[in-house]
Design a protein around this ligand. Structure first.
Ligand code: ATP
Length: 289
Protein backbone atom coordinates (compact mmCIF):
# COMPACT_ATOMS: atom_id res chain seq x y z
CA UNK A 1 0.00 0.00 0.00
CA UNK A 2 1.55 3.30 -1.03
CA UNK A 3 0.44 6.85 -0.33
CA UNK A 4 0.22 8.85 -3.54
CA UNK A 5 1.40 12.36 -4.38
CA UNK A 6 0.98 14.76 -7.22
CA UNK A 7 4.42 16.40 -6.82
CA UNK A 8 7.84 14.77 -7.10
CA UNK A 9 8.51 12.68 -4.01
CA UNK A 10 11.11 13.95 -1.52
CA UNK A 11 12.17 10.34 -0.94
CA UNK A 12 11.84 7.78 -3.69
CA UNK A 13 13.01 4.20 -3.96
CA UNK A 14 12.39 1.38 -6.36
CA UNK A 15 13.16 -2.30 -5.69
CA UNK A 16 15.85 -1.31 -3.19
CA UNK A 17 17.69 -4.33 -1.78
CA UNK A 18 20.66 -4.94 0.52
CA UNK A 19 22.41 -8.24 1.18
CA UNK A 20 24.20 -9.59 4.22
CA UNK A 21 27.19 -11.82 3.48
CA UNK A 22 28.15 -14.67 5.79
CA UNK A 23 31.91 -15.02 5.66
CA UNK A 24 31.85 -18.55 7.10
CA UNK A 25 29.32 -20.18 4.78
CA UNK A 26 30.06 -17.71 1.94
CA UNK A 27 26.30 -17.36 1.50
CA UNK A 28 24.28 -14.18 1.13
CA UNK A 29 20.79 -13.28 2.25
CA UNK A 30 18.61 -10.20 2.07
CA UNK A 31 18.69 -7.68 4.92
CA UNK A 32 16.28 -5.53 2.97
CA UNK A 33 14.46 -6.18 -0.29
CA UNK A 34 11.93 -4.87 -2.77
CA UNK A 35 11.62 -1.46 -1.13
CA UNK A 36 9.39 0.80 -3.20
CA UNK A 37 8.76 4.24 -1.73
CA UNK A 38 7.33 7.57 -2.78
CA UNK A 39 7.29 9.89 0.23
CA UNK A 40 5.66 13.20 -0.63
CA UNK A 41 7.25 16.54 0.15
CA UNK A 42 6.09 17.85 3.50
CA UNK A 43 5.34 14.42 4.97
CA UNK A 44 6.50 13.62 8.49
CA UNK A 45 7.01 9.87 8.33
CA UNK A 46 7.41 7.57 11.32
CA UNK A 47 9.64 4.62 10.38
CA UNK A 48 8.58 1.73 12.57
CA UNK A 49 9.60 -1.90 12.97
CA UNK A 50 11.04 -4.42 15.40
CA UNK A 51 14.75 -4.60 16.22
CA UNK A 52 16.56 -5.76 13.11
CA UNK A 53 13.64 -4.94 10.79
CA UNK A 54 16.00 -2.85 8.65
CA UNK A 55 15.20 0.74 9.63
CA UNK A 56 18.82 1.90 9.95
CA UNK A 57 19.78 -0.06 6.85
CA UNK A 58 17.05 1.67 4.84
CA UNK A 59 18.04 5.10 6.17
CA UNK A 60 21.70 4.51 5.37
CA UNK A 61 20.84 3.20 1.91
CA UNK A 62 18.70 6.27 1.16
CA UNK A 63 21.59 8.51 2.23
CA UNK A 64 24.08 6.63 0.06
CA UNK A 65 25.99 5.44 3.15
CA UNK A 66 25.21 1.76 2.65
CA UNK A 67 26.22 -0.57 -0.18
CA UNK A 68 23.07 -1.37 -2.11
CA UNK A 69 22.97 -4.41 -4.37
CA UNK A 70 19.52 -3.95 -5.89
CA UNK A 71 17.32 -1.12 -7.10
CA UNK A 72 17.80 2.61 -6.78
CA UNK A 73 16.71 5.55 -4.66
CA UNK A 74 16.59 9.33 -4.78
CA UNK A 75 16.52 12.10 -2.19
CA UNK A 76 15.09 15.45 -3.32
CA UNK A 77 15.29 14.13 -6.89
CA UNK A 78 19.02 13.27 -6.66
CA UNK A 79 20.34 9.67 -6.81
CA UNK A 80 21.35 8.54 -3.31
CA UNK A 81 24.69 7.30 -4.57
CA UNK A 82 25.56 10.64 -6.18
CA UNK A 83 24.18 13.29 -3.82
CA UNK A 84 25.39 16.70 -4.95
CA UNK A 85 26.72 19.30 -2.50
CA UNK A 86 23.62 21.38 -3.22
CA UNK A 87 21.35 18.50 -2.17
CA UNK A 88 23.53 17.61 0.83
CA UNK A 89 23.10 21.18 2.06
CA UNK A 90 19.34 20.62 2.02
CA UNK A 91 19.63 17.43 4.13
CA UNK A 92 19.81 17.06 7.89
CA UNK A 93 20.76 13.65 9.31
CA UNK A 94 21.30 12.36 12.83
CA UNK A 95 22.59 8.79 13.05
CA UNK A 96 21.45 6.29 15.67
CA UNK A 97 24.86 6.64 17.35
CA UNK A 98 25.65 10.36 17.63
CA UNK A 99 28.44 11.29 15.23
CA UNK A 100 30.29 14.00 17.20
CA UNK A 101 33.87 15.17 17.69
CA UNK A 102 34.78 13.87 21.15
CA UNK A 103 37.11 16.75 22.07
CA UNK A 104 34.85 19.58 20.90
CA UNK A 105 32.15 21.36 22.85
CA UNK A 106 28.72 22.14 21.44
CA UNK A 107 29.83 25.71 20.69
CA UNK A 108 32.90 24.40 18.86
CA UNK A 109 30.70 22.02 16.87
CA UNK A 110 28.71 25.08 15.81
CA UNK A 111 31.98 26.75 14.66
CA UNK A 112 32.89 23.65 12.62
CA UNK A 113 29.44 23.47 11.04
CA UNK A 114 29.47 27.18 10.23
CA UNK A 115 32.81 26.74 8.45
CA UNK A 116 31.54 23.85 6.32
CA UNK A 117 27.86 24.67 5.69
CA UNK A 118 27.11 28.15 4.33
CA UNK A 119 23.49 27.67 5.41
CA UNK A 120 24.35 26.95 9.05
CA UNK A 121 22.22 29.26 11.18
CA UNK A 122 23.83 29.88 14.56
CA UNK A 123 20.81 31.72 15.88
CA UNK A 124 18.59 28.75 15.04
CA UNK A 125 21.18 26.37 16.52
CA UNK A 126 21.23 28.36 19.78
CA UNK A 127 17.44 28.45 19.91
CA UNK A 128 17.19 24.69 19.36
CA UNK A 129 19.91 24.01 21.93
CA UNK A 130 17.97 26.14 24.39
CA UNK A 131 14.66 24.34 23.66
CA UNK A 132 16.34 20.94 24.08
CA UNK A 133 18.43 22.06 27.08
CA UNK A 134 21.80 21.11 25.55
CA UNK A 135 24.93 22.02 27.55
CA UNK A 136 26.98 23.76 24.85
CA UNK A 137 30.08 24.41 26.95
CA UNK A 138 31.01 20.77 27.61
CA UNK A 139 33.02 18.51 25.33
CA UNK A 140 30.96 15.87 23.52
CA UNK A 141 32.76 13.01 25.28
CA UNK A 142 31.73 14.49 28.63
CA UNK A 143 28.05 14.53 27.72
CA UNK A 144 25.64 11.74 28.61
CA UNK A 145 24.37 9.68 25.67
CA UNK A 146 21.03 11.49 25.81
CA UNK A 147 22.75 14.91 25.73
CA UNK A 148 24.92 13.74 22.82
CA UNK A 149 21.77 12.71 20.96
CA UNK A 150 20.24 16.11 21.57
CA UNK A 151 23.36 17.89 20.30
CA UNK A 152 23.39 15.66 17.20
CA UNK A 153 19.75 16.58 16.54
CA UNK A 154 20.50 20.31 16.93
CA UNK A 155 23.36 19.97 14.44
CA UNK A 156 21.10 18.10 12.00
CA UNK A 157 18.47 20.84 12.12
CA UNK A 158 20.52 24.03 12.42
CA UNK A 159 20.80 24.75 8.70
CA UNK A 160 17.01 24.58 8.37
CA UNK A 161 17.12 21.59 5.99
CA UNK A 162 14.34 20.68 3.57
CA UNK A 163 14.69 16.97 4.31
CA UNK A 164 15.43 15.69 7.81
CA UNK A 165 16.32 12.07 8.51
CA UNK A 166 16.61 11.04 12.15
CA UNK A 167 17.49 7.50 13.22
CA UNK A 168 16.08 6.85 16.70
CA UNK A 169 16.88 10.35 17.96
CA UNK A 170 15.00 10.00 21.23
CA UNK A 171 16.08 6.51 22.31
CA UNK A 172 18.19 7.84 25.21
CA UNK A 173 16.18 10.95 26.06
CA UNK A 174 14.38 11.34 29.37
CA UNK A 175 10.59 11.91 29.18
CA UNK A 176 10.85 15.71 29.52
CA UNK A 177 13.53 15.94 26.83
CA UNK A 178 11.44 13.67 24.61
CA UNK A 179 8.50 15.99 25.08
CA UNK A 180 10.67 19.01 24.17
CA UNK A 181 12.01 17.17 21.12
CA UNK A 182 8.50 16.27 19.96
CA UNK A 183 7.49 19.93 20.30
CA UNK A 184 10.46 20.93 18.13
CA UNK A 185 9.51 18.25 15.61
CA UNK A 186 5.90 19.39 15.60
CA UNK A 187 6.89 23.04 15.15
CA UNK A 188 8.96 21.99 12.15
CA UNK A 189 5.73 21.18 10.35
CA UNK A 190 4.79 24.86 10.34
CA UNK A 191 6.98 26.14 7.52
CA UNK A 192 6.32 27.99 4.27
CA UNK A 193 8.27 25.54 2.12
CA UNK A 194 7.23 22.01 2.94
CA UNK A 195 9.85 20.17 4.97
CA UNK A 196 9.98 16.39 4.84
CA UNK A 197 10.94 14.34 7.88
CA UNK A 198 11.75 10.63 8.16
CA UNK A 199 12.15 9.56 11.77
CA UNK A 200 12.66 6.06 13.12
CA UNK A 201 11.59 5.37 16.67
CA UNK A 202 10.26 2.68 18.96
CA UNK A 203 8.35 5.28 20.99
CA UNK A 204 5.11 4.93 19.11
CA UNK A 205 2.87 6.98 21.40
CA UNK A 206 5.22 9.93 20.76
CA UNK A 207 5.33 9.34 17.02
CA UNK A 208 1.56 9.04 16.81
CA UNK A 209 1.22 12.67 17.85
CA UNK A 210 3.54 14.20 15.25
CA UNK A 211 3.62 12.09 12.10
CA UNK A 212 1.55 12.56 8.96
CA UNK A 213 2.49 9.09 7.63
CA UNK A 214 3.67 5.79 8.99
CA UNK A 215 6.03 3.33 7.33
CA UNK A 216 6.11 -0.14 8.85
CA UNK A 217 9.06 -2.38 8.01
CA UNK A 218 9.17 -6.07 8.74
CA UNK A 219 12.11 -8.32 7.90
CA UNK A 220 13.50 -5.78 5.47
CA UNK A 221 10.26 -5.24 3.55
CA UNK A 222 7.67 -2.48 3.57
CA UNK A 223 4.60 -3.85 5.28
CA UNK A 224 2.53 -0.69 5.24
CA UNK A 225 3.02 2.90 4.13
CA UNK A 226 0.00 5.06 4.71
CA UNK A 227 -1.16 8.45 5.93
CA UNK A 228 -1.60 8.07 9.69
CA UNK A 229 -5.01 9.77 9.66
CA UNK A 230 -6.17 7.16 7.13
CA UNK A 231 -4.81 4.35 9.28
CA UNK A 232 -6.65 5.72 12.30
CA UNK A 233 -9.86 6.22 10.35
CA UNK A 234 -9.97 3.15 8.14
CA UNK A 235 -7.86 0.33 9.58
CA UNK A 236 -9.66 -1.96 11.99
CA UNK A 237 -8.99 -5.29 13.59
CA UNK A 238 -11.63 -7.97 14.06
CA UNK A 239 -11.55 -11.38 15.74
CA UNK A 240 -10.68 -14.25 13.38
CA UNK A 241 -9.54 -17.43 15.14
CA UNK A 242 -8.27 -19.31 12.09
CA UNK A 243 -5.74 -18.08 9.56
CA UNK A 244 -7.65 -17.52 6.28
CA UNK A 245 -6.40 -19.63 3.38
CA UNK A 246 -6.17 -16.45 1.34
CA UNK A 247 -6.77 -12.82 2.24
CA UNK A 248 -9.86 -11.32 0.59
CA UNK A 249 -10.23 -7.76 -0.73
CA UNK A 250 -9.73 -5.29 2.10
CA UNK A 251 -8.07 -7.88 4.37
CA UNK A 252 -4.49 -6.81 5.02
CA UNK A 253 -2.98 -9.19 7.55
CA UNK A 254 -3.92 -12.06 9.83
CA UNK A 255 -2.32 -12.05 13.27
CA UNK A 256 -2.16 -15.04 15.61
CA UNK A 257 -2.00 -12.83 18.69
CA UNK A 258 -5.01 -12.37 20.96
CA UNK A 259 -6.71 -15.57 19.76
CA UNK A 260 -6.44 -14.58 16.08
CA UNK A 261 -7.22 -11.19 14.55
CA UNK A 262 -7.67 -9.88 11.05
CA UNK A 263 -6.56 -6.40 10.03
CA UNK A 264 -9.01 -4.89 7.55
CA UNK A 265 -9.26 -1.71 5.53
CA UNK A 266 -12.83 -0.45 5.77
CA UNK A 267 -12.42 1.46 2.49
CA UNK A 268 -12.21 -1.88 0.70
CA UNK A 269 -14.49 -4.17 2.64
CA UNK A 270 -17.87 -3.98 4.34
CA UNK A 271 -17.07 -7.03 6.45
CA UNK A 272 -15.85 -5.02 9.42
CA UNK A 273 -18.67 -5.68 11.87
CA UNK A 274 -17.35 -5.78 15.44
CA UNK A 275 -14.01 -4.41 14.29
CA UNK A 276 -11.97 -2.18 16.61
CA UNK A 277 -9.86 0.90 15.96
CA UNK A 278 -6.12 0.67 16.57
CA UNK A 279 -3.42 2.91 17.99
CA UNK A 280 0.04 2.77 16.44
CA UNK A 281 1.32 0.36 19.07
CA UNK A 282 -1.65 -2.01 18.51
CA UNK A 283 -1.10 -1.80 14.76
CA UNK A 284 2.59 -2.64 15.18
CA UNK A 285 1.67 -5.65 17.31
CA UNK A 286 -0.88 -6.91 14.81
CA UNK A 287 1.51 -6.46 11.89
CA UNK A 288 4.31 -8.30 13.69
CA UNK A 289 2.56 -11.35 15.09
N1 ATP B 1 27.20 -4.29 9.54
C1 ATP B 1 26.33 -5.29 9.42
N2 ATP B 1 26.73 -6.50 8.97
C2 ATP B 1 25.87 -7.51 8.83
N3 ATP B 1 24.56 -7.42 9.12
C3 ATP B 1 24.12 -6.26 9.56
C4 ATP B 1 24.96 -5.12 9.74
N4 ATP B 1 24.20 -4.09 10.20
C5 ATP B 1 22.95 -4.57 10.31
N5 ATP B 1 22.92 -5.86 9.93
C6 ATP B 1 21.72 -6.69 9.90
O1 ATP B 1 20.75 -6.02 9.15
C7 ATP B 1 19.46 -6.24 9.71
C8 ATP B 1 18.78 -4.92 9.88
O2 ATP B 1 19.51 -4.16 10.85
P1 ATP B 1 19.12 -2.65 11.14
O3 ATP B 1 20.17 -2.11 12.05
O4 ATP B 1 18.86 -1.96 9.87
O5 ATP B 1 17.75 -2.84 11.92
P2 ATP B 1 16.89 -1.78 12.73
O6 ATP B 1 15.49 -1.97 12.30
O7 ATP B 1 17.48 -0.42 12.59
O8 ATP B 1 17.08 -2.32 14.21
P3 ATP B 1 17.02 -1.55 15.64
O9 ATP B 1 15.58 -1.22 15.90
O10 ATP B 1 17.54 -2.59 16.58
O11 ATP B 1 17.92 -0.35 15.56
C9 ATP B 1 19.67 -7.03 10.99
O12 ATP B 1 19.36 -8.38 10.73
C10 ATP B 1 21.13 -6.88 11.28
O13 ATP B 1 21.62 -8.02 11.89
Amino acid sequence: MTASTSTAPAIWAQSLGVFRYDKWSLSKSHVMQGIDLAIPEGAVVGLVGRNGAGKSTLIRALLGLQTVEEGESRLLGCPSLALTDAVKERLGYAAQTPDLFAGLSGDEHFDEMAAVYPGFNRKLAMALACKLDVALGRNADQLSLGDQQKLAVVLALAHDPDLVILDEPVASLDPLSRRDFMRVLFSMRQRETPRTVLISSHLLSDLERVVTHVLFLREGRVQLFEAWDDCAEHLRVRPCAERPQALQAGELHWSAAGGGRLLVDTRRTDAAAGAQALGMEDLMEVLNT
